[in-house]
Design a protein around this ligand. Structure first.
Ligand code: PNS
Length: 162
């Protein structure tokens, strides 16, 4: 198990500036960050898992292999073990995130003692940013250019026929 590799899991439907900031900060702590896109056919998503991976790969191309985007299904700890990673990184925006995040971290600890969850605090300017609100605002014609990367803004325009 490699403690120098971290997994950053999520739905990423779509990637936001909040995610980008957390991934870039995780790159200062780890040699490699695997961005793990949950592929959950049971949950209605705007972008397919393949589209979300394409967006993430385009955004982090400059990091020359230090950021790897993969989709996963099933248990997160099984995916983390498969990647030979030792750490799960999650972001916390407000205290309201804490309950759910602590529950997941404790469940993952219960499932696999060796894997650690590390929380990074979201930047203040991203503390209100969520993929759910991005989708809602964009679908109603609102400007999301300050809260998502350009590649996501373009993908949203195309997907929503704006
Ligand atoms: O961005 P999200 O939607 O808050 O990410 C949630 C995610 C993907 C981290 C979480 O749903 C997950 O880990 N799902 C995989 C299933 C799993 O391992 N469940 C048990 C741990 S609580």
């Amino acid at each position: 198990m490699n403690m120098r590799t971290a997994v950053f899991p999520g739905s990423f439907d779509p990637l936001t500036n909040g995610h980008v900031d957390l991934i870039e900060r995780a790159l200062k702590l780890f040699d490699k960050v695997v961005v793990a896109v949950l592929n959950n056919p049971g949950k209605a998503a705007l972008f397919t898992a393949e589209e979300r991976l394409t967006i993430i790969r385009a955004q982090f191309r400059v990091y020359a292999g230090r950021v790897e985007a993969r989709s996963f299904s099933g248990l997160l700890v099984d995916f983390v073990k498969k990647m030979d990673a030792g750490v799960i990184v999650r972001g916390l925006r407000a205290i309201s995130d804490y309950d759910y995040e602590a529950q997941m971290a404790l469940m993952n600890k219960n499932l696999c003692e060796e894997i650690e969850t590390l929380f990074l605090t979201a930047r203040e300017e991203n503390s209100y940013v969520s993929s759910t609100l991005v989708k809602q605002v964009a679908s109603l014609g609102g400007d999301v250019s300050r809260i998502v990367p350009a590649v996501v803004e373009a993908a949203l325009k195309q997907k929503l026929q704006l």
